[in-house]
Design a protein around this ligand. Structure first.
Ligand code: PEP
Length: 257
């Protein structure tokens, strides 16, 4: 049984004060959640404040939104995996469609970062997903297989099982238009099938696949009741602590039975 994982991708939002207030409310709503893996992914500048505000709540982990693949050096403006570990970061979002679209990240770049993350014992959340045009031309599976094989190249079985894949159809991100549970399940089943080809079925069964794209309290439970949907990567709705907490609650095992 795969444990659900719900992550809050704040993108370029939240000051330190706002981050601390968010965590305070979240802890009132959830306590130190243990039924669901919860990850808060602030901008770099708010990471220490989130960790401080979480205090003794050790089950809730902190992530980051990007990193460089090199360990150190002359890369102005970049941040390494070791620097993130130094801030107690445990997860790293890689290959988000906004980074692919606005910052030219390719599968090859994503793969370098994924391998560097594993080397530093950070767990990558690797985002893949098709555009509307690609979906309308019937290319969903081709695109997903290509992104998956490229981004996850050269990982061993252990690294694969410690990788989270986020299926994020680009047309559903920040648009209010989510994939239907059936559309999402179809894509997730295909991703798991491709993971079987990349490794083996025992490994593929262990990999958690999140859905991302306009997840809200109203649609979370139905999406997460699908057999291959193992959680959510949440953008907009994760900026409000109560909305985000409701999504986490919708992923608790008892709430789905
Ligand atoms: C995201 O950016 O990863 C995302 C899923 O955003 P939203 O929930 O706002 O669609």
């Amino acid at each position: 049984m795969r444990k659900k994982i719900i992550a809050a991708n704040w993108k370029m939002n939240m000051t330190q004060g706002e981050a601390a207030a968010f965590v305070e409310t979240l802890l009132l709503e959830l306590g130190d959640e243990s039924d669901v893996d919860v990850v808060i992914i602030p901008p770099f500048t708010a990471i220490p404040k989130v960790t401080e505000a979480l205090g003794a709540a050790q089950n809730i982990k902190v992530g980051a939104q990007n990193m460089h693949w090199e360990r150190s050096g002359a890369f102005t403006g970049e941040i390494s995996a070791a620097m993130l570990r130094d801030l107690y970061v445990r997860y790293i979002v890689l290959g988000h469609s906004e980074r692919r679209q606005y910052f030219g990240e390719t599968d090859e770049i994503v793969n370098r970062k994924v391998r560097a993350a594993h080397e530093a014992l950070l767990r990558p959340i690797v985002c893949i997903g098709e555009t509307l045009d690609q979906r309308e031309h019937g290319n969903v599976e081709k695109i997903l297989a290509h992104q998956l094989r490229g981004s996850l190249a050269d990982l061993n079985g252990k690294e694969l099982t410690e990788t989270v894949v986020a299926y994020e159809p680009v047309w559903a991100i920040g648009t209010g238009r989510n994939a239907t549970p059936q559309q999402a399940q179809e894509a997730h089943a295909f991703i798991r099938h491709t993971l079987t080809q990349i490794s083996d079925s025992a490994t593929a069964e262990k990999v958690r696949i999140q859905y991302g794209g306009s997840v809200k309290p109203e649609n979370a439970a139905e999406l997460m009741s699908q057999p291959d949907i193992d959680g959510a990567l949440v953008g907009g709705a994760s900026l409000d602590a109560r909305s985000f907490a409701q999504i986490v609650k919708a992923a608790r095992p008892d709430d789905r039975d």
